[in-house]
Ligand binder design. Structure first.
Ligand code: TYD
Length: 208
């Protein structure tokens, strides 16, 4: 049996990192083989993106959208440790951000019609078995970013965060019929959120 492809999404400051790690631990305890990954990736395309996010290079929003698309294709297709290769070895892939992030972040800047078409119709880009959206109010995301960072990336300001949250919810609404999406209130204690995340994921393995 192939592995499951689990995507965790949310605003910067929504607790994705913590929840991703907690989910991996819970699945491991159940004897499920897992691999954690994220976007932007560690591949060359991911490096170009991170430089732009940090403000080290300047890229237009369309160029960024194209880079995220290319990075996602590399992420799916890399023969050694790409998502497809891992799934075919029976490994569950937990991915911190995927095309829902493109729809929300780039969608907030340049609209997402073409991005939705490009990401959903590209034969190289896999559809996840589940997308977990960790929802926090904008003010909470902003507060957590302020607590955790000395410097902010280009998308980490209150005005952008608000726009991005709106786009996330709008895009997830549009994808509801074709995707398995779990919207989870992440403005709670990490243990409570983790419990809901696990409950959303276990049915993929025939458990509840
Ligand atoms: P990073 O600091 O690497 O991750 P995180 O904040 O999740 O710990 O930043 C990733 C940034 O890239 C984040 O601000 C969202 C943005 N992003 C996009 O704009 N589009 C995308 O398609 C993806 C995957 C990320």
């Amino acid at each position: 049996m192939g592995g499951k492809f689990i995507v965790i999404e949310g605003l910067d400051g929504s607790g994705k990192g913590t929840q991703t790690a907690m989910l991996e631990q819970s699945l491991k305890e159940r004897g499920i083989k897992t691999h954690l990954t994220c976007e932007p990736t560690q591949y060359a395309t991911g490096g170009l993106i991170r430089d732009a996010l940090a403000g080290l290079s300047s890229r237009t929003p369309h160029e960024m959208a194209g880079l995220f698309l290319a990075d996602r294709i590399a992420h799916c297709e890399n023969p050694k440790d790409g998502i497809k290769a891992l799934l075919s070895r029976g490994i569950t892939v937990i991915c911190d951000r995927y095309y829902f992030s493109t729809l929300a972040y780039q969608g907030a800047e340049i609209g997402y019609d073409w991005l939705m078409a490009a990401n959903l119709s590209c034969p190289a880009i896999l559809k996840p078995d589940i997308c977990i959206f960790l929802d926090v109010p904008t003010s909470e995301a902003d507060r957590r970013i302020a607590l955790g960072r000395s410097s902010r990336e280009i998308f980490e300001n209150a005005e952008t965060i608000e726009k991005v949250r709106k786009k996330y919810l709008e895009a997830l609404g549009l994808l509801e019929k074709t995707h398995n999406i779990a919207l989870i209130n992440a403005a709670r204690r990490p243990e409570e959120v983790a419990e809901d995340v696990l409950a959303a994921v276990l049915p993929l393995y025939g458990e509840s």
